[in-house]
Design a protein around this ligand. Structure first.
Ligand SMILES: Nc1ncnc2c1ncn2[C@@H]1O[C@H](COP(=O)(O)OP(=O)(O)OP(=O)(O)O)[C@@H](O)[C@H]1O
Ligand SMILES: [Mg+2]
Length: 435
């Protein structure tokens, strides 16, 4: 409700009173009365303003009351302030609850400023990383967590890559660290205890490796006997002899599966490659020759050696990975197709090995899953060609160990290109070959 008309009525009232009282009195006495009335009125308002100013500057603001326009203004102001105080209290309570939850998270959380100084950390971060909220706030995190891998990882700010690290407080405790970007160039480091997960993963790896190892000898014996039976001219005739080739083929498949599982287990158990200088042009030539042998004239195979660069890496691992790409191209390209084996230097100083085929191609939804173990686009076809679905998983592992990436592009009905992209740090120039 608006009270603007009340002061107006009040002034008009004083004026009217002054006019009545000045009737018959000396000139000017009415106006003096009017002025005196206005003065009182002004003093009243100044007094209310003063009360408001004092009220605003005090901390504990008891409710202000007044009449008329001021009463209304005081009431509304008081209500506004009460609402704001309520909202502030709620925000503070929410914030405190959030902080409390983060503080007691089982994962370690550290907030860093743009210079990697610690702004805040929770209890788990103190426990897992041996830091202290009292001592270490404002400290440069790299001075406190002295580990070259951690430093390199933090400074490159690779958000996609989690870092696996041994806890500085407890040996045998494995941590996985992740960077989460925050506003104003701050970042959050999340450290998770993955000791149990690593233990289960190691158990799985050992189990697969042990079973594969144990199966290898019996299957070799069975295969040997089957081969011998097949070669014997006086093997019992009839049904038995008819099934020997199938038995051999299936046993051979089991042996290849075991070999691949063992290869994967070996790759997983050795943390780093044993590096040597790999003569890539020679290796690529060998792979193209092998493609010819495998194809047996069913495809046109071309070798494109555009670079003389070599690699720092493990010859045996690289051979097994790249041979899989070549074998796949031969396997999954129908007769009459073309397969190009290409080795070239990339613009960024790295080097690329590509196998380009004119096969059936792979639908886009399968491409991200090709490197999963046992993943095959067409199980029936892959099985018929002797595939186990472990080849590209091995390729991925080997390339990861060489800091290289596998890039797959494919167009249905046109063909596929599998490229192993090696980083510049792995590329070396080889001495010229004596012709
Ligand atoms: N060049 C290619 N063209 C079409 N499909 C391919 C090509 N390379 C791979 N694939 C598809 O990807 C799947 C996975 O390949 P991968 O090499 O991992 O297994 P595999 O060849 O079936 O068996 P392995 O290599 O273990 O003997 C294959 O089954 C096939 O469906
Ligand atoms: Mg394969």
């Amino acid at each position: 409700m608006s009270f603007w008309w009340r002061p107006l009525l009040f002034i008009l009232g004083i004026g009217f009173l002054a006019a009545i009282l000045s009737n018959g009195r000396p000139a000017g006495s009415g106006w003096m009365l009017f002025a005196a009335g206005l003065l009182i009125y002004l003093a009243y308002h100044l007094r209310q303003l003063d009360r408001l100013s004092a009220w605003l500057s005090s901390n504990d603001r008891p409710p202000l009351s007044s009449q008329g326009v001021w009463g209304d203004a005081f009431y509304r102001l008081g209500k506004l302030l009460r609402e704001r105080r309520g909202a502030q209290r709620k925000t503070a309570a929410d914030l405190e609850r959030m902080l409390e939850a983060t503080r007691s998270l089982p994962d370690g959380v550290i907030i860093l400023d743009q210079d990697n100084r610690i702004v805040w950390l929770n209890d788990a971060a103190q426990r897992l990383l041996g830091l202290s909220a009292q001592r270490d706030l404002g400290q440069f995190v790299l001075y406190l967590l002295r580990n070259s891998r951690f430093a390199e990882w933090l400074l490159t700010e690779d958000l996609a890559r989690a870092l696996t690290l041994e806890s500085p407080t407890a040996r045998r405790q494995t941590l996985s660290m992740q960077i989460v970007p925050l506003p104003r160039r701050q970042k959050m480091l999340v450290a998770r205890d993955i000791t149990e997960m690593t233990r289960v993963e190691a158990m799985r790896r050992d189990f697969v490796a042990n079973v594969s190892h144990e199966l290898r000898t019996p299957i070799t014996v069975i295969l040997g006997f089957l081969e011998a039976f097949e070669d014997m001219p006086d093997t019992p005739p009839g049904e038995f002899r008819k099934h020997i080739p199938l038995m051999r083929e299936q046993s051979d498949r089991i042996r290849r599966l075991i070999d691949d599982l063992l290869a994967l287990a070996k790759l997983e158990s050795e943390p780093d490659t044993k590096d040597e200088t790999v003569d890539m042009p020679a290796l690529v030539r060998l792979l193209a020759d092998e493609a010819e042998t495998l194809s047996q004239g069913r495809h046109r195979i071309s070798l494109e050696l555009e670079s003389r660069a070599g690699l720092i890496g493990n010859q045996r691992e690289l051979y097994s990975a790249l041979a899989n790409l070549v074998t796949n191209a031969v396997r999954y390209t129908p007769e009459g197709g073309q397969i190009r084996v290409n080795w070239r230097t990339a613009e960024n100083g790295g080097a690329h090995f590509s196998v380009i085929d004119t096969g059936d191609g792979i639908e886009a939804q399968h491409i991200p899953r090709l490197t999963e173990r046992f993943y095959r686009v067409d199980r029936g076809r892959s099985r018929a060609t002797g595939g186990t679905g472990l080849g590209l998983a091995i390729v991925k592992h080997v390339l990861q160990r060489h800091q290289a990436r596998l890039k797959v592009s494919s167009v249905i009905g046109k063909g596929s290109t599998f490229t192993a992209q090696f980083p510049r740090e792995r590329v070396i120039s080889l001495p010229p070959r004596p012709e």
